[in-house]
Design a protein around this ligand. Structure first.
Ligand SMILES: Nc1nc2c(ncn2[C@@H]2O[C@H](COP(=O)(O)OP(=O)(O)O)[C@@H](O)[C@H]2O)c(=O)[nH]1
Ligand SMILES: [Mg+2]
Length: 277
């Protein structure tokens, strides 16, 4: 489904790029920036990126085809990949009109890809309306990379789910992935029969950042991931440790963030105590 932005008199379709950390989500958006003329897109916006890592999301808007005389805009939002940031990712997936799942096809990362996909499946199932999915088999240039066919098998994809072969860093497959997502987005837009006003929190990147910050204070109830969906082979289990190490670095950032927040809260409590008569 799409939204209608009355402020700009256009329809908006949200394409959310999900996938494990380092799979190439940000790279996809960067290449789209390189390949789409400035007149047909916004600037890319990445709030609070930390050492090149996406902490919250990347945001880019691209003009699509006209629909009934009105412009159709595609909001491309890539989510943070680290497992620890699932609570930041899930609400974005819930609001997607189309989901692109970017896979790291290199063998040592397959476990991480499967685990992240299981989480995505769980989030997609929790939605009230189904959402079209495109899978990108990225990093095909890496030696021994799983082919798109193997990715389809490992992820247990339905036949109708498109899998696009890509080397996003080299700019290959990025446009095709976007075109496929746009096609599915336009189709579901035409089938939906009704369009709602664009929620204020998705009006622009700043509003979305404010919205996403509000999750920080919400309880982090992740819900269980369905175990049978994990389908992680024992042959890869030694690699789990490696993935955990990578995630440890990310969680220490989380710990720092929450310590800073606690300190700020206790300071403001002290301030208000001091003001008591
Ligand atoms: N070899 C290879 N590296 C890639 C490819 N796509 C992205 N990368 C690299 O993978 C790293 C992580 O990419 P990034 O877009 O930041 O991943 P994200 O965490 O999913 O946003 C960067 O160093 C990219 O240059 C690819 O197709 N092949
Ligand atoms: Mg990123």
């Amino acid at each position: 489904m799409a939204s209608y932005d009355s402020a700009r008199d256009c329809f908006v379709v949200r394409v959310v790029y999900d996938g494990p950390g380092f799979a190439g989500k940000t790279t996809n958006l960067q290449r789209i920036c390189d390949q789409v003329p400035v007149s047909k897109r916004s600037e890319m916006y990445t709030p609070a990126a930390l050492k090149g890592r996406t902490m919250f999301f990347d945001w880019l808007e691209v003009d699509g085809p006209k629909q009934g005389g009105r412009t159709l805009k595609f909001q491309l939002i890539s989510v943070p990949g680290q497992i620890e940031r699932n609570y930041r990712r899930r609400p974005l997936v819930e609001m997607a009109d189309v989901v692109v799942f970017v896979c790291d096809s290199s063998p040592p990362q397959v476990n991480d890809t499967l685990r992240t996909f299981a989480r995505l499946r769980t989030s997609m199932k929790a939605r009230q309306t189904p959402v079209p999915l495109v899978v990108q088999a990225n990093k095909q240039d890496v030696e021994g990379a799983l082919s798109p066919k193997q990715i389809r098998k490992r992820l247990g994809l339905e036949e109708e789910t498109p899998v696009v072969s890509a080397n996003a860093a080299g700019g290959r497959g990025v446009q095709e992935t976007l075109r496929t997502a746009v096609r599915l987005g336009v189709r579901s837009f035409n089938e939906a029969g009704q369009v709602f006003e664009l929620p204020a929190e998705f009006a622009n990147a700043d509003a979305l950042f404010d919205h996403v910050l509000s999750f920080e204070d919400a309880p982090r109830d992740e819900g269980p991931v369905e175990v049978e969906e994990l389908n992680v082979n024992a042959e890869y289990s030694s690699l789990e440790e490696e993935a955990m190490m990578a995630h440890m670095a990310a969680s220490s950032i989380d710990a720092l963030e929450s310590r800073a927040r606690r300190a700020a809260n206790s300071r403001s409590e002290e301030d208000s105590d001091a003001k008591e008569p």
